[in-house]
Ligand binder design. Structure first.
Ligand code: ATP
Length: 235
């Protein structure tokens, strides 16, 4: 479904990502792991067209994405929940969710998709008319996930969903993602610093260190890896 090969990207003259290659198959959850500043969000920006890569290729469902803009990439089904959620805090929950319907098709399906989102996250229906900025962090993350689902992703990118949230809320969000993968056949790219939670949810993972892929393997292989245990899990 997604094949990234030899990706180099950065900001101005500063290169951050070096020769990044990874694959994501249909119906798979992969975790992109790494500590603060490793380059995870830069990689997400390149995949979603918010940052033009210096070189390399990003192919999604057989289509070259590398030179497409973010709107075209969104239309092809790559939808992200950005790091830090980036909600419109003065707008209501419902208005934020409406922003997720970005094209004719998703606008036409909005009411049906909204119903599904309210089933996933009943709190959002209760809070529909409330300004998003007045919600708790966990509820705001639910709005961000629901807004992405309104966009009917084929590939859902979750950028650090655990940031600043209580563990049980993170579990809820990862449970929704896993269920969507099983029932609706979408794929998930999960970017996380919380390696334990990410590997519990993912099929496979890649560890990024200093902008390069340092390790890759199945979730079980990475959980058992001595470097991962020492450097990231403190065991
Ligand atoms: P975090 O977990 O903190 O989000 P990350 O792995 O997602 O970390 P990135 O945000 O991709 O890391 O940052 C990688 C490097 O790129 C860092 O050294 C960061 O300072 C730098 N960087 C990020 N955004 C910019 C920018 N807009 N301009 C210049 N440098 C940037």
């Amino acid at each position: 479904m997604l094949k990234v090969e030899g990706l180099n990207a950065g900001y101005g003259a500063v290169n951050i990502l070096w020769d990044i290659s990874f694959t994501l198959k249909d119906g798979e959850i992969i975790a992109i792991l790494g500590s603060n500043g490793a380059g995870k969000t830069t990689m997400v920006r390149a995949v979603t067209g918010m940052l033009r890569p210096g070189s390399g290729s990003i192919v999604f469902n057989g289509e070259e994405m590398t030179k497409k803009n973010s709107r075209a990439i969104l239309n092809s089904g790559i939808v992200q929940v950005p790091e830090g959620r980036q909600l419109f805090t003065d707008m209501t929950v419902l208005e934020n969710l409406q922003m997720g319907a970005f094209n004719k098709e998703t606008k036409a399906h909005f009411q049906d998709n909204l119903k599904k989102c309210y089933q996933w996250f009943p709190k959002l229906e209760e809070r529909a008319k409330q300004a998003a900025g007045t919600l708790s962090g966990g509820e705001q993350q639910m709005v961000a996930v629901a807004r992405a689902l309104i966009g009917e992703p084929k590939l859902l990118i979750l950028d650090e969903p655990s940031l600043g949230l209580a563990p049980n809320i993170v579990d809820d969000i990862l449970h929704v993602a896993s269920t969507l993968v099983k029932n609706d056949g979408i794929s998930v790219l999960l970017v996380e610093q919380d390696i334990t939670k990410a590997l519990a949810a993912a099929d496979r993972g890649y560890v990024i260190e200093n902008g390069r892929i340092a390790l890759e393997g199945t979730a079980a292989e990475l959980q058992a890896n001595e470097h991962v245990k020492k450097a990231y899990l403190g065991i």
